[in-house]
Write a protein that binds this ligand. Structure first.
Ligand code: NOJ
Ligand code: CA
Length: 683
């Protein structure tokens, strides 16, 4: 009898392992246009796969979570029920790439259960749009998951068919330099551990990008490649190795996969914003898009210093001069870095001594702000923490209050510290060292935004947590860095290569606005050529960046004297808006070139930015985005016929043409060149 039972059990076990599970269930949900289909299955273990345009773009990929104390939500779970619904609405951004955003998706919530007494249920909610999918875990309170919960692994996979034939654009994750790496272009099979957005072109030709939306009170997700090129979620840990700490009844951020037949289509996706909550701020009138100059580049090229002394940049007199320059040329703000005590010595390691309310003796905050406000220019504040977040937190409220008293509406924050070296003092007085993208810092960055809102201050975070669309919920999170910006062209060794700005739109920019700080007019602060620290671009490409790289606040980052020396080219920076009614990516190939058209939010004019990598090229630009029947004066800023980025970057031709929607232009871009156009509506 005993023997028979054993035979039976063995038979059953092998049937379970080796035969198709006839009881397995699959449920499906498709996009409104039916081009994307997600299939969720419980065969062996919860999983999903995705097809797009008839091609499999995600192969069978695991779902599930593991915990420190309770049993896993993974193997052995089956689909108990599912429910579908449809949504179609339009909502508005107070500022952004476009005013009206359509949210049209099909949702399927899949409820999984297993036959045990504790930790026995969870759901995965899928939303399928025409431009991709999002899904998140929803874990209700239940026996075994009813108090404090520690997540030790998220099993989510994103398995790409034929990874060796797919091309990926990526930066490494969990490195000392956070998100500030030069992008790599490799077969997907050659990645190791990377950040999101992870963008790729598949063997079938489809373009997809893996990222996340609404990262709140959770660890940031990176992607780790495993055996057989499987791609798996890798959540950034706390100092003690736990990935995420939650209390019962929680949801994860949305895991997102944006999809498009062509590269430019990725740039027209609103998926990340659509998966975020509506604004929590009712009055947003104090959030001001605009342009700024600043006491900034001088420090980066070594003309002035952040710290005190003879070369101190942030003096009252110098700030007043910048305020005058800003007022004369129509800028809204003047950023001042190095005004507050704490910059002397090696400020990278000085985080403990930064004082956010006390200025150096040669900087009078009252005098400079009064001087500026009389001319309609605000001071843009600056809080560099050097990653010492407890020191900042203790002073944050007072620091915002001081700025608010002086009419400051925007503050740039900074978290310069190596990856894994954010210093916080815990409740026992012990120093703990965290990652910029772990759960502790995810919360810390957002708390800073929420507190700033109380003082009607918008925040531009440098060395930030990556953007996941939270600007929809907190529109005072007005911009951030989170990739290599212009500063690397001052001291980068190496600087950003010519392909950098042709990769950024398809990777970093899918997450949200970036404070790249374009507009270097003097490329020769260390000499021209291919091997010096300088922008590896032409002048016209510097102008094109203002349209290509979206940020509601844009800096004209060079020194005033370099703009004064080239007022005709500077005119484009003065004219270009930073807030848009509509944006259309027109053309592009990742790492090669990109063309973007945007219409200003408060008028009829359109703007175009086009830029290329190290290869010169011509691009046809049909003007059918312009309003039919209307005439426009195209004010074109283009590379001169002999321009090239290495030794002739300044040759620029500025010309006007009368055009309409039925015309097209041929853009001739030099090596690492660009074209910037204002289409001034004529009536
Ligand atoms: C790094 C920031 O990206 C840069 O803009 C700033 O000037 C320095 N930190 C100092 O805060
Ligand atoms: Ca930086």
């Amino acid at each position: 009898m005993k023997k028979n039972l054993l035979v039976l059990t063995t038979l059953f076990a092998s049937a379970y392992l080796y035969a198709p599970n006839l009881l397995a269930k699959t449920v499906k949900v498709s996009s409104p246009n039916n081009k994307i289909t997600v299939s969720i299955s419980d065969e062996n273990t919860p999983s999903y796969r995705v097809s797009f345009n008839g091609n499999q773009v995600i192969d069978t990929s695991l779902l599930g979570l593991r915990f420190q104390q309770s049993a896993d939500l993974a193997e052995g779970f089956t689909i108990a029920s599912s429910k579908q619904k449809t949504a179609d609405s339009t909502w508005q951004l107070p500022w952004g790439e476009r005013k009206n955003v359509r949210d049209n998706h099909h949702e399927l919530i899949v409820n999984f259960t297993t036959n045990r007494k504790t930790s026995n249920q969870f759901s995965v909610r899928f939303r399928v749009f025409n431009d991709g999918i999002g899904f998140r875990y929803e874990v209700p309170k239940q026996p075994g998951l009813d108090g404090d919960i520690a997540i030790t692994d998220e099993l989510t996979e994103f398995n790409i068919p034929h990874a060796e034939k797919a091309t990926a654009w990526w930066i490494p994750a969990r490195g000392w330099n956070r998100y500030e790496y030069i992008y790599e272009t490799t077969p997907l099979s050659e990645i190791d551990h990377v950040h999101t957005p992870l963008t790729m072109k598949l063997a079938s030709g489809e373009h997809i990008s893996i990222h996340e939306a609404a990262l709140v009170d959770y660890a940031g997700m990176t992607i780790q490649k495993g055996r057989h090129n499987k791609l798996k979620a890798d959540l950034t840990p706390w100092y003690d190795g736990i990935l995420v700490r939650k209390t019962a009844n929680f949801t994860s951020p949305w895991r997102t996969i944006q999809m498009s037949k062509n590269a430019a289509g990725l740039l027209n996706s609103d998926l990340i914003l659509n998966l975020n909550e509506p604004s929590k701020l009712t009055d947003t009138s104090w959030i001001e898009p605009g342009k700024y100059v600043g006491i900034w580049w001088g420090m980066h090229v070594g003309e002035t210093t952040w710290g005190s002394g003879e070369q101190h940049g942030a003096t009252t007199e110098e700030t007043k001069r910048y305020m005058d320059f800003a007022a004369k040329h129509g800028f809204d703000g003047v950023l001042v870095e190095g005004w507050n005590i704490g910059w002397d010595g090696d400020w990278y390691d000085n985080g403990d001594v930064f004082n956010f309310t006390q200025s150096y003796d040669d900087f009078d905050i009252k005098a400079v702000t009064e001087h500026g406000l009389a001319k309609g220019v605000r001071l843009v504040g600056h809080h560099e923490t050097s990653g010492n977040v407890t020191n900042y937190r203790h002073q944050m409220a007072d620091a915002f209050e001081l700025y608010q008293q002086h009419g400051v509406r925007q503050v740039k924050t900074g978290y310069v510290a190596d990856g894994g070296k954010i210093k916080r003092i815990d409740e026992h007085g012990i120093a703990r060292f965290e990652w910029h993208d772990g759960q502790f810092m995810v919360n810390e960055y957002l708390d800073n935004i929420k507190l700033a809102a109380k003082y009607q201050i918008s925040i531009n975070t440098h060395e930030p947590i990556k953007d996941t669309g939270l600007r929809r919920t907190y529109p005072n999170w007005i911009s951030r860095e989170g990739a290599r910006g212009q500063e690397y062209n001052a001291w980068g060794s190496p600087p950003n290569p010519p392909s950098h700005a042709a990769i950024l739109p398809f990777t970093r920019m899918l997450a949200g606005p970036m404070d790249f700080t374009p507009g270097t007019f003097n490329m020769a602060f260390k000499g021209l050529g291919a091997n010096t620290d300088r922008p590896q671009t032409t002048l016209a490409k510097q102008l094109a960046l203002y349209v290509v790289i979206f940020s509601p606040i844009q800096m004209a980052s060079d020194l005033p004297r370099h703009y004064e020396a080239n007022l005709p080219a500077f005119q484009f920076i003065k004219d270009v808006p930073t807030d848009w009614q509509e944006s259309k990516a027109i053309d592009g190939e990742i790492g090669e070139y990109v063309v973007i058209a945007r219409q200003e939010r408060h008028g009829k004019d359109w703007y175009v930015g086009a830029l290329t990598n190290e290869n010169a090229r011509t691009i046809d630009l049909p003007l059918n985005f312009l309003e039919q029947g209307k005439r426009y004066q195209a004010q074109i800023y283009r590379d001169g016929d002999n321009a090239n980025w290495v030794d002739n970057p300044y040759e620029i031709i500025i010309e006007n043409k009368s055009v309409s929607a039925n015309d097209s232009l041929t853009l001739a871009l030099a090596t690492s060149g660009g074209t910037a156009i204002r289409f001034k509506a004529l009536d």
